[in-house]
Write a protein that binds this ligand. Structure first.
Ligand SMILES: NC(=O)N[C@@H](CC(=O)O)C(=O)O
Ligand SMILES: [Zn+2]
Ligand SMILES: [Zn+2]
Length: 428
């Protein structure tokens, strides 16, 4: 089984430019990367003409909600993986706030097996820190690791009890596993959905203060320092969190962090009003000052990677009115075009920088055997038409859900072919 990807544009980090290369894939691995002029015997190979297109390592998304088991009307492992492939992702890590919660070895095994049988991309499951994500009792970390969990998190809710979090960190550390945290202090949230800022003031809404996130970040970096665990912060959204992570990294705490495209691109001031719950997500859109802090933190490496926090919800749920609608937006099929259009096409970032934060960096942090376009690496690749401009059409998503605030946005840089272990799993 071989694949000959012809005439693609590959990012050359040394030259800080795209250059034409051909990629030869044999038995699921990158066997040759060939510059023009060299000859290779590619007889019998399947040929993909990538002329004028980017050939990049497949994107990695370490924060996705696949809703399977239990909420398959929102998404399932098959459609979530297809949505990922359509967005150019080849590896995704899925959150345990399923029903039942992914807190037993049986549920982890169910996800691993279903993904192996029917998902077109690589699916890595997280398991819960506490049973039912209730914050009362730790799960069986050893058993969950054995079953295939890659880390522990109660994403969807914060672990409110500091001793519980510390115990979890000690245990995770002893198993060489990371703890991944949704940082939110419930006592500071009190039923609000918008953040403190111009939007909540304009409409006189109860608001979520930045400290509700940052207090957990501050607590947890201290606990990570004490326990020595690898501690990873979910969907960072406030200036204060970034400051605490930056300081913790400076003194050698093993802390890493992620940020979502919407927290890099949108602020509370972009929310059009109270009619559309597709602007409601957790953490909420923060102030323009926070957005600027996210961009700077990603640029200086305080934040290690970009994730989507793909959080599908049905139209019926999102149409309940903004107070009752659930938090969350889908993200897999818009992430790269959004970031490419906003930051690379405008000259703010190099293409290499964006790719690194979506491929090599998450792979390094979570020690994954993917994320590089290099000899002998798994051929997890994505081909992108950087010049193709299209409007975001949520009705066309491969996801079962279409809850996005980006409908109608004109974006450039759309994936056209996605390859996992040398097999084309999606093509336009
Ligand atoms: N991000 C969200 O707004 N929602 C997520 C939960 C989470 O990531 O905290 C969900 O599961 O819907
Ligand atoms: Zn979360
Ligand atoms: Zn999440």
């Amino acid at each position: 089984m071989s694949l000959w990807i012809m005439n693609g544009q590959v990012w050359n980090e040394t030259k800080q430019a795209l250059e034409v290369n051909h990629v030869y894939v044999v038995d699921g691995k990158v066997a040759r990367i060939v510059t023009n002029g060299e000859s290779v015997d590619t007889a019998g190979a399947e040929v993909i003409d990538a002329t004028g297109k980017l050939v990049a390592p497949g994107f990695i998304d370490m924060h996705v909600h696949l809703r399977d088991p239990g909420f398959e009307y929102k998404e399932d492992i098959v459609t979530g993986a297809l949505s990922a492939a359509k967005g150019g992702f080849t590896t995704i890590a899925c959150m345990p706030n399923t029903r039942p919660v992914t807190d037993t070895k049986e549920t982890v095994q169910y996800i691993v097996e279903k993904a192996q049988q029917s998902a077109v991309v690589k699916v890595l499951p997280y398991a819960a820190i506490t049973k039912n994500e209730l914050g009362r009792e730790l799960t069986n970390f050893e058993e969950l690791k054995e079953a295939g969990a890659i880390g522990f998190t109660d994403d969807g809710v914060g672990v409110q009890n500091a001793q519980m979090m510390k115990d979890a960190m000690y245990l995770a550390k002893s198993l060489d596993m990371p703890v991944i945290a949704h940082c939110e202090d419930d006592t500071l949230v009190k039923g609000a959905w918008a953040s403190e800022g111009a939007f909540s003031r304009k409409y006189g809404l109860k608001a979520i203060p930045n400290e509700s996130e940052a207090i957990h970040v501050g607590r947890d970096v201290l606990l990570a320092e004490a326990t020595g665990v690898h501690y990873h912060v979910c969907h960072v959204s406030t200036e204060q969190s970034v400051r605490l992570i930056r300081q913790a990294k400076q003194v050698g705490v093993r802390v890493t962090a992620e940020v979502c495209p919407h927290h890099l691109i949108l602020s509370d001031e972009d929310i059009p009003g109270l009619d559309d719950a597709n602007w409601k997500m957790n953490p909420p859109l923060r102030t323009p000052r926070d957005v600027q802090a996210m961009i700077e933190a990603l640029e200086d490496g305080t934040i290690d990677m970009i994730v989507t926090d793909h959080a599908p919800h049905s139209a019926e749920e999102k149409n309940k009115g903004v107070d009752l609608a659930p938090f969350g937006i889908v993200g897999l099929e818009t992430a790269f075009p959004l970031l490419y259009t906003k930051f690379v096409a405008t000259g703010k970032w190099t293409l290499g920088f964006l790719l690194q934060r979506m491929t090599a960096d998450p792979a390094r942090v979570f020690r994954l055997n993917t994320g590089l376009l290099a000899l002998d690496a798994p051929a997890d690749l994505t081909i992108v038409d950087l010049d193709l401009e299209k409007e975001v059409d949520p009705e066309q998503f491969a996801s079962k859900s279409n809850n996005t605030p980006f409908g109608g946005w004109k974006l450039k840089g759309w994936p056209t072919t996605t390859i996992v272990d040398g097999k084309v799993v999606w093509t336009e």
